[in-house]
Design a protein around this ligand. Structure first.
Ligand code: HPA
Ligand code: ZN
Length: 336
């Protein structure tokens, strides 16, 4: 089989996905209509035309606006269910997804409404599709430390549902150090920590995420390549990087997928993984991300297999489950 078919058939894990970033225009219009909410654009086509971004902030402005039509538990359920249905068709078998509570609680939507809708869909995805999952609550870094503390407080009654905390939104000017104390509290409450770092921000922000926030994974991390000592440290500790090729292209983190650093990262023994970030906005889910990067960089089936195995290694699945799925993947590679 060719590389494309190989990618489609291999069981995959997604570790960097914002549930609000899976909001397809069709569903957005449907939910807006039933909630009597206005959308600035007259049609799905017009909305899609607005999806041209020169940087992270231009994307975030549209992404937060889209999320404004989500009001009821059912809306969050439908959003999550649509994502799970889509990735199930793509042979994704494990997901670790972000949600941004502040995007909703700041509009007066209760924390409970948001998380219950998302969680019910994830449970349904587990029972109906066999997709295992972890949920990660992400703080918006353009907001204050105080607001993050308040959000962490709201999350405590839902601790059983939330495996980790993350940090996303506008990176430049909002270094990890701003959230050192919140992350310390989150760790003391038993949450695993991750952070977006080195997407637009410098390598120094990756150091801060490691040393101050004690993260176990870096989301994006592209800019680590600017600092040879950082690369050595990430490789030595096998800190996973959740890389998002189509996101990088759409947000101009890279000018062309042919110049994407993922192969260089692999050559440096980094534990890199492929993910979709905000698939409704960046033109592709998991398979499209793998296919486009494979085409651009002429990745072999062996490279693809390595990337897929990396994702399971980097996941928060228990070790016996990791070993079981990695063995299945090795068999798939040998047979295809
Ligand atoms: N970076 C920062 N914040 C985000 C992203 C991203 O890629 N996607 C959604 N929120
Ligand atoms: Zn992201």
């Amino acid at each position: 089989m060719d590389v494309e078919e190989f990618i489609k058939g291999i069981p995959k894990a997604e570790l960097h996905l914002h549930i609000e970033g899976t909001f397809e225009p069709e569903l957005m219009f449907e939910i807006a209509s039933r909630n009597h909410k206005e959308i600035k654009y007259n049609s799905v086509e017009e909305l899609k035309k607005a999806y041209r971004f020169n940087n992270l902030q231009e994307f975030l402005d549209i992404y937060y606006e889209g999320a404004n039509v989500l009001v009821n538990e059912q809306d969050f359920y439908d959003l999550t269910w649509a994502y799970l249905t889509k990735v199930h068709e793509q042979n994704v078998v494990h997901v670790e997804i972000f949600f941004d509570p502040q995007t909703h609680t700041d509009r007066g939507i209760p924390f409970d409404t948001v998380i219950t809708g998302i969680y019910k869909a994830l449970e349904e995805g587990q029972s109906k599709y066999g997709i295992s999952f972890k949920l990660i609550m992400s703080f918006l870094r353009h907001l204050s430390e105080e607001a993050a503390f308040k959000t962490l407080e709201q999350a405590l009654p839902y601790k059983k549902w939330i495996s980790g905390v993350g940090l996303d939104s506008s990176e430049l000017g909002n270094p990890p150090s701003k959230f050192e104390r919140v992350f310390e509290k989150a760790r003391s409450e038993g949450f695993i920590t991750v952070a977006h770092a080195g997407e637009e921000g410098p390598a120094e922000y990756i150091w801060e995420a490691l040393n101050l926030l004690k993260v176990t994974r870096i989301d994006h991390g592209n800019r680590c390549l600017d600092d040879i000592n950082l690369v050595k440290q990430l490789a030595k500790k096998q800190i996973p990087l959740t890389v998002c090729p189509l996101s990088n292209l759409e947000l101009k983190v890279v000018d062309d997928l042919r110049n994407h650093p993922i192969l260089k990262m692999m050559d440096n023994n980094l534990l890199v993984t492929v993910n979709s970030d905000d698939p409704a906005y960046f033109g592709g889910y998991m398979n499209e991300n793998y296919i486009e990067i494979a085409k651009a960089l002429h990745l072999s089936k062996k490279d693809i297999t390595q990337l897929v195995i990396n994702s399971f290694k980097a996941s928060w699945l228990p070790d016996p489950e990791k070993e079981k799925i990695i063995t299945q993947i090795e068999i798939y590679f040998q047979n295809n």
